[in-house]
Write a protein that binds this ligand. Structure first.
Ligand SMILES: Nc1nc2c(ncn2[C@@H]2O[C@H](COP(=O)(O)OP(=O)(O)OP(=O)(O)O)[C@@H](O)[C@H]2O)c(=O)[nH]1
Ligand SMILES: [Mg+2]
Length: 224
């Protein structure tokens, strides 16, 4: 029988910063379902995490791209699930060497983190499909990592302008994917999409927790 999920957003979701790691082996040794936010620099990953947590000081935000440089872990819903803020990919203004380091750090984390359940790829809703996003999503497919798409900054454009961008993004994806993944429409400014995102993460957490725990307990490989 399907479980009933009750979403209580008031009082706000209990969120706390845990630690920043520069490599997967330094990530917290935890077995709760983990969700990661990824996307190009400045797309609004840290802002959306703060919006979910209803705490503007939780993740560091900056108008300058490249603010988040480490794998930042937050425990959510008083430790029921974990949320990760990753550095942005493809930021042109950092050196090639630094970009390579970020890219290796991100891909190693994504491919090796045992309790990672789903990756939320953030896409700037104001833009037409960007090659860097499409390329990154292709990598996720090759690595067989489940993902959803989260369009950000929707407060900054009209719904018809966004509708065009979203349709173009879908068309682009359908050139190489059979299905379109779940999509969320968000704004960290207005909290659009906050309830939907939290609801689906909580659903997945509840569905997956026992399975995930069993898998991790049966695994010889430690987390990290
Ligand atoms: N209007 C508006 N501005 C936003 C929204 N989300 C983020 N911003 C702004 O966009 C800029 C970048 O936000 P961040 O949350 O730091 O972006 P990020 O993806 O974490 O960036 P990096 O850590 O550099 O990869 C900041 O100036 C935010 O205030 C949104 O939904 N609406
Ligand atoms: Mg950030």
């Amino acid at each position: 029988m399907a479980k009933q999920i009750t979403v209580k957003l008031d009082p706000p979701i209990k969120a706390e910063f845990v630690k920043s790691a520069s490599r997967t082996s330094e990530c917290p040794k935890i077995s709760v379902p983990e969700f990661a936010f990824i996307g190009r620099s400045n797309v609004g990953k840290s802002s959306l995490i703060n919006c979910l947590a209803n705490n503007s000081g939780l993740a560091k935000i900056s108008g300058r791209p490249g603010k988040t440089q480490l794998i930042n872990h937050f425990t959510m819903d008083a430790g029921l699930w974990s949320l990760v803020d990753l550095p942005g990919y493809g930021y042109a203004k950092v050196s090639k060497v630094q970009r390579e380091i970020f890219s290796k750090m991100i891909s190693h984390y994504l491919k090796n983190r045992k309790n990672l359940v789903n990756v939320f790829v953030l896409i700037d809703g104001r833009l037409e499909p960007q090659k860097k996003d499409i390329d990154f999503i292709r990598n996720l497919g090759e690595w067989r990592i489940p993902f959803s798409l989260v369009f950000t900054k929707l407060d900054k454009l009209s719904s018809s302008a966004f509708g065009k961008n979203q349709a173009a993004f879908k068309r682009k994806m359908l050139q190489e994917w059979e299905n379109i993944p779940p999509m969320y429409l968000t704004s960290a400014e207005t909290a659009l999409g906050r309830v939907e995102l939290i609801e689906s993460i909580r659903k997945l957490t509840i569905e997956l927790s026992p399975l995930l725990l069993e898998e991790i307990n049966n695994s010889e490989i430690s987390l990290g």
